[in-house]
Design a protein around this ligand. Structure first.
Ligand SMILES: [Zn+2]
Length: 286
């Protein structure tokens, strides 16, 4: 699923409008992402209660714990369930009420300048893989859309009161996923540039080589394809598939081969070779 934000709302996810929001102060750009965990009743997953709390509809009679909290006015921008489902309650450009009394690097009232994401979870259990995947995907999109320059946990901005996202939130893994997805995006863009460059010098083909050519066992299908055919029909689709599958992109070095293979070319290949070199570097710089 590729995500997009329009007017502060993530497209293609469930929207449940919370009444608990207001305007952000105009002089405070959105600069911080705050990660939380929540489960209602505590440590129980899958119920409708978080949605009910964030919309003021929690029934105090349904569980003893709810009687204490049903009147609290809280919300977050996003809630990511154990199965990866994302629910948005408040537009990102509005102030959701997730942080409470808080301070980040001396700036108080973090709600003013932060986006809050709640993960369905607790302080004593691991989060799910798909939650990390969704969180990383959303984080990258938010970073591209808003001037976010920090990511923190609720417990870091309200250490006296809060413990979430808790010891089971794996910050290292989350940052690793962010770096991988960032790299994947850069590589995707670079493949697009290479495709355009091939088209510009008429080396992008409308029809694939014969099926036999694809059976080559040689590196770069040396014995059956031209270098640019291999690039178009084998390499680029393979890397795009790896990216779409969220798999790790192996480091590679295409430039030496292409420099050699294209040196007799009558086309203007300098730009293409530069792009291929940059592509190599993107996979080697980790
Ligand atoms: Zn929290």
């Amino acid at each position: 699923m590729s995500l997009k934000i329009v007017n502060g709302w993530l497209q293609g996810v469930k929207q449940v409008i919370s009444p608990f929001y207001n305007d952000r102060p105009s002089d405070k750009p959105i600069s911080l992402l705050v990660i939380h965990n929540i489960s209602l009743p505590p440590n129980q997953f899958g119920g409708p209660y978080v949605e009910q709390l964030f919309t003021g509809q929690l029934d105090p009679n349904e569980h003893p714990y709810f009687a204490d909290i049903y009147q609290i006015q809280v919300s977050s921008h996003l809630f990511i369930r154990r199965d990866g489902e994302i629910i948005q309650f408040v537009a990102f450009d509005k102030r959701a009420w997730h942080a409470g009394i808080s301070a980040f690097e001396g700036q108080e009232n973090c709600n003013d300048f932060s986006i809050g994401i709640e993960l369905e979870g607790c302080d004593s259990e691991k989060f799910t893989e798909v939650q990390y995947q969704q969180l990383a995907k959303v984080t990258l999109l938010l970073q591209q859309t808003y001037p976010l320059n920090n990511i923190t946990g609720h417990s870091d901005i309200a250490p006296e009161r809060k413990t979430d996202p808790g010891p089971y939130f794996d910050w290292q893994y989350y940052r690793h996923l962010l770096a991988n997805k960032m790299q994947a995006n850069l590589i995707k863009d670079q493949l697009e540039r290479i495709e355009q460059a091939l088209k510009k010098i008429d080396l992008w083909q409308a029809l694939p080589p014969s099926q036999d050519a694809f059976l080559s066992q040689q590196p770069f299908a040396l014995d059956t394809m031209k270098s640019y055919e291999w690039l178009q029909w084998i390499f680029i689709p393979r890397i795009r598939a790896i990216i779409d599958a969220n798999s790790a992109i192996p480091p590679f070095a295409l430039h030496p081969y292409f420099e050699e293979a294209l040196k007799e070319s009558e086309n203007n290949i300098d730009h293409l070779l530069d792009l291929i070199k940059q592509l190599d570097e993107l996979t080697q710089s980790k």
